[in-house]
Design a protein around this ligand. Structure first.
Ligand code: NA7
Length: 549
């Protein structure tokens, strides 16, 4: 045990300790507190919001429609809050989460500016000992992680970053004060969802913007617009139906599951459908036909549609050529944009292909690729995250026999979970939207609510039946992981290098850690498991297994 942990000053005992005050942590706190459990949340930031607290970069907004990107556990809350537009910007989402924290008086049980460094399971007491970065420790019967899937920033290990004379930022750790780009030459590395959102906004302000692109992206227009008050009124009126549809859907939004193949319709009909989706804006292309992410030929029809659009929008054919993606559409995060491709028609924007000529070094005045040197005053890393496992493995989590989560998952290669909620060897620990749950391939608040409710119901069940510990069984975990891999391998997702597969982090073992069966199916499976007395888990009273089936 580390010296600092041995010396840590034990200050409190709780029923549950939760990591993170984002969508997950806030609702967990509310739900468990309502059920009478003493619950405490630790949050590294100095406010609530999680992902939406940290991601303050220019242009940051959500790619789920706002009327679906909120909690549905409280009809009153749903009706009290009104979104201004279709795709909410970061400040509005952060205001929403602060509104939730105020309404349910959550702050009194959240300790801000405090990071959990470690959580160790004590087999003698059946409790978790949790070590904080302020030198103190607390204990809890339940250890619950609400750390988000994309919170461990990836800053590539470029040579020379420390030599750069200007200011540099990672988009996931953006300053609270406005960063002024006026009159500045700016460089940005990365063209994922984040880069695509930030590039048009920075370009509009900076003297010059140089975009360093490794992989071109498929983007479709967001066509964000203010909501008509009548539309909002009807949405609120239909709360129960919308909630039901979201919960039973594939991706967490009330979008009909497509029944047609892209290959069974005529090219003219397909073109009409794609054109309609493009004009409507949003992620409609992704769900236009059921086989877009499973059949290569079907996929190519959308890919080619977007490539044609890029060539129509971007005036310089050489620039357009560099922007044409070739991987399977949708197997990296499909992006919705506001004036992204149009931005390359500006005189103050340069696009550099760093796949062809990779970045060699960050220099005092900019960066050098194998093709030449580029100078700028400010550098933005829009280089993404160590997704899924990254935020969990940043903490020193130790289960039975002192085995760390990192050892159990072999750094990621052997990531096995039961339902993406629990791990064999780690009793009374729950992960909200953990690896192998629908998580990032769903509308996150829907998946978060489902996990929080399942976990809280489980804890209540344990209390009612005198159960001391719950732990996933190894065979149940193996079967779930195998099922997840089989579903993923029946799609095109595993054929592309992306943060979904871990391929964006050099040295990270590859594995597809998202359950692709859909949120409706997944919810049903989780509910069935609970209804069978938590099938696949071992439930123990203080000294013996409790047969509750
Ligand atoms: P992403 O989607 O991981 O994008 C990161 C971008 O940075 C992507 O274009 C990468 O190129 C690029 N990148 C990463 N490392 C390098 C190096 N070493 N050299 C050059 N370029 C690099 O992260 P985002 O923040 O945009 O989005 C994350 C999610 O947040 C998003 O999907 C939404 O769910 C919200 P690559 O494609 O790997 O070639």
């Amino acid at each position: 045990m580390m010296e600092s942990m041995k010396q840590s000053n034990h200050v409190a005992n709780y029923d549950a300790v939760v990591v993170g005050a984002g969508f997950s942590g806030l609702y967990t706190l509310h739900r468990l507190r309502e059920a009478g459990f003493s619950t405490h949340v630790y949050e590294a930031g100095d406010g609530v919001g999680g992902t939406w607290y940290w991601n303050r970069y220019p242009g940051a907004r959500c790619d789920s429609e706002s009327i679906y990107y909120n909690y549905t556990f409280s009809e009153e809350l749903y009706k009290e809050w009104t979104w201004t537009s279709r795709y909410p910007e970061q400040p509005e989402i952060l205001r929403y989460l602060n509104f939730v924290a105020d309404k349910f008086e959550l702050r009194r049980d959240i300790q801000f500016k405090t990071r959990i460094n470690a959580a160790h399971y004590n087999e003698e007491t059946n409790r978790w000992q949790i070590y904080l970065n302020n030198g103190t420790s607390v204990s809890a019967k339940f250890f619950i992680t609400g750390v988000g899937c994309l919170s461990a920033a990836n800053i590539p290990n470029f040579k020379g970053v420390q030599n750069f004379k200007g200011d540099w930022y990672h988009t996931g750790h953006w300053p609270h004060e406005k960063v002024d780009f006026k009159g500045k030459r700016v460089g940005i590395i990365g063209t994922g969802s984040t880069g695509v959102q930030a590039i048009p906004v920075i370009a509009a302000e900076a003297e010059h913007l140089t975009v360093f692109q490794r992989t071109p992206q498929y983007c479709a227009p967001a066509r964000n617009h203010p909501y008509d008050p009548e539309y909002i009124r009807k949405t609120k009126e239909n709360f129960s139906e919308i909630k039901r549809q979201m919960r039973e859907s594939q991706g967490g939004q009330p979008v009909p599951i497509p029944t047609k193949s892209a290959l069974e319709v005529t090219p003219e009909e397909r073109e009409r459908v794609y054109e309609e989706a493009w004009e409507k804006g949003g992620l409609g292309l992704f769900s236009a036909y059921y086989d877009i992410t499973i059949n290569e030929a079907a996929n190519e029809t959308v890919a080619e549609f977007i490539r044609t659009k890029i060539c129509q929008i971007v005036e310089d054919p050489n620039v357009a050529e560099k922007l044409l993606p070739s991987y399977f559409y949708g197997t990296k995060r499909p992006i919705i944009d506001t004036n992204y491709y149009e931005t390359y028609n500006r005189d103050n924007v340069t696009l550099v292909d760093v796949k062809k000529a990779p970045i060699e070094e960050i220099t005092p005045n900019g960066l050098r690729t194998t093709d030449g040197e580029y100078e700028f005053d400010t550098l933005v890393f829009a280089t993404g995250y160590d997704g899924m496992t990254g935020p969990l493995l940043k903490m020193d989590i130790r289960g039975k026999d002192g085995v760390t989560l990192k050892e159990k998952w072999a750094g990621g290669a052997q990531t096995r979970t039961y339902l993406g909620i629990a791990n064999a060897g780690f009793p009374n620990m729950f992960m909200i939207t953990g690896p192998e749950s629908p998580s990032v391939l769903s509308n996150m608040p829907v998946s978060i609510e489902q996990h929080v409710e399942w976990i809280a119901d489980c804890i209540e069940y344990m209390q009612k039946h005198g159960v001391e510990t719950i732990e996933a069984n190894v065979d149940a975990e193996e079967a779930w992981s195998k099922h997840c891999r089989e579903v993923a391998e029946s799609t095109l997702f595993t054929k592309t290098d992306s943060w979904y597969t871990g391929a964006n982090i050099p040295g990270k073992p590859r594995g597809f850690l998202i359950y692709l069966g859909g949120v409706g199916v997944y919810r049903q499976k989780c509910d069935e498991i609970a209804a069978k007395g938590y099938e696949g888990f071992s439930l123990l009273s203080s000294s013996q297994t409790v047969d509750l089936a």
